[in-house]
Each structure stands twice: as C-alpha cells, then as structure tokens.
Design a protein around this ligand. Structure first.
Ligand SMILES: C[S@@+](CC[C@H](N)C(=O)[O-])C[C@H]1O[C@@H](n2cnc3c(N)ncnc32)[C@H](O)[C@@H]1O
Length: 207
C-alpha cells in the first residue's frame, strides 16, 4: 500500500511553500485540493482532483481508494492542515491507510508575523464549523490579542462583537490575501473597520 500525504501549502503564494511540501508534490502521482491550491502547481503532470465544499467526502474517499491501490496521493490544504484544514475531515473518515502530515505556514502565523505579534501569547480562534459563538466572547477580555479565522464576512464578525458589548473604539486589524501581490493590512478601530469592504480571505485580529 502507498501513503496518503496531507500537505500544508501555506497561505497561497509560492514564497511560503516549504521545500518539504514541494518535494512531496513532486513525488506523488495524484494531487487533491481546491482550485486555489492546485493553481500553485501548474507544472504538475499527474492526475488532479479538485476539491470543493460539496464533494469533499466522496473525493477524500476516492483519494483513499487510490492509495489502497498503490498510488501515492497528496491532499493539499491551504495554510497548515491541522488548523481549520483538511486534516480533521480525513481523520474522521477513519481510514486504514498510512498518513503523513506535512505542516505548512498557517495564515494565522503569517498574520502574526506581519503584525509583529508573538503568537505564543494570543487567543487563536477559528469560526469555521462553529458559527459566531460564545467561544469568541469568552476570550475577548482576557488581555491577549485574538487572532480569528472568520468564515464570515468581516463586517458580520465585527457587528457580532459590537452587538455583544465590545467597545467599538477597540483597535483591530484585518489582514486580507496574505502573501499575494494584492495583500492588504488595515489597522483601525472596530467601528472604522465596519465600513470597509473585505474579501472572504481574511484574518482578523482584535487587540
Ligand atoms: C478553511 S480555512 C483554512 C485555514 C488554513 N488551514 C490555515 O492554516 O491558514 C480558510 C480561511 O483561512 C484564511 N486564509 C487562508 N489563506 C489566507 C490568506 N492568504 N490571507 C488571509 N487569510 C487567509 C481565511 O480566513 C479563509 O477563510
């Protein structure tokens, strides 16, 4: 039996792709990933399977069956596979194949680096698969910056915080399209950020 590689490719630009991840991609016959992720490897000559939110479970099972039939497969995740990435859905399939996880640079890490935040003393929160929950409100006043992967429009997250009593003058930052040529980092109060337009690809920090 071959191996299933679960590979982090970083926030999306080739600059943040690790040597190890690149080596794994060069060694496999099949790549699975979202269009954004597959686009990072235009020179890949093997089979490409596009993952999207609708077909994810069946495509993961297909990948596993290819591994069982002896094909080396890499499933690519943006950032790190272990933080709101592809690792959890794969483990939930409880498949009987050998898995190797190759870490990538998370969008959270790049956000912390850009804003010069030592992230060993922050709250790291993902809203993926959870909704706008109390988890966020529970840490909002614990004195540490909160780095948030939103899974919502930025204005919805900010509105949620203000509606739940967070001071609208509190400082925050939105890091959009990190690592891409059109990267944008905006640091302002919550109320000033509320009126800005951002894409889906953002990390929010509340200071
Ligand atoms: C499904 S999560 C995957 C997170 C990924 N595993 C990681 O470690 O960064 C996708 C979310 O990550 C964030 N994200 C991923 N890449 C990004 C980038 N280049 N710039 C800003 N945010 C990014 C966005 O919030 C996006 O909605």
């Amino acid at each position: 039996m071959s191996k299933l590689y679960v590979v982090g490719i970083g926030p999306g630009s080739a600059d943040y792709l690790t040597f190890k991840s690149k080596k794994i991609v060069d060694s496999v016959e099949i790549l699975l990933g979202s269009k954004r992720v597959l686009d990072l490897f235009p020179e890949f000559e093997g089979e490409q399977i596009k993952l999207d939110a609708v077909n994810i479970e069946s495509q993961l099972k297909l990948a596993v069956s290819k591994v069982i039939h002896g094909k080396p497969v890499a499933i690519l995740s943006t950032g790190d596979p272990g933080f709101s990435g592809i690792l959890r859905p794969i483990l939930e399939l409880s498949v009987d194949v050998e898995i190797e996880v190759v870490p990538g640079i998370s969008s959270l890490q790049l956000c912390a680096a850009k804003l010069q935040i030592p992230w060993d003393n922050t709250n790291l929160i993902t809203l993926h698969g959870k909704g706008l929950s109390n988890e966020l409100l529970e840490v909002i006043d614990n004195g540490k910056p909160i780095i948030i992967l939103p899974n919502f429009k930025v204005d919805e997250v900010i509105r949620f915080l203000i509606d739940n009593g967070v001071d609208e003058d509190r400082q925050a930052a939105v890091c959009e399209k990190l690592g891409y040529p059109d990267e944008r980092i905006v640091k302002k109060s919550l109320k000033d950020l509320l009126v800005e337009k951002f894409s889906y690809m953002c990390v929010i920090v509340v200071f």
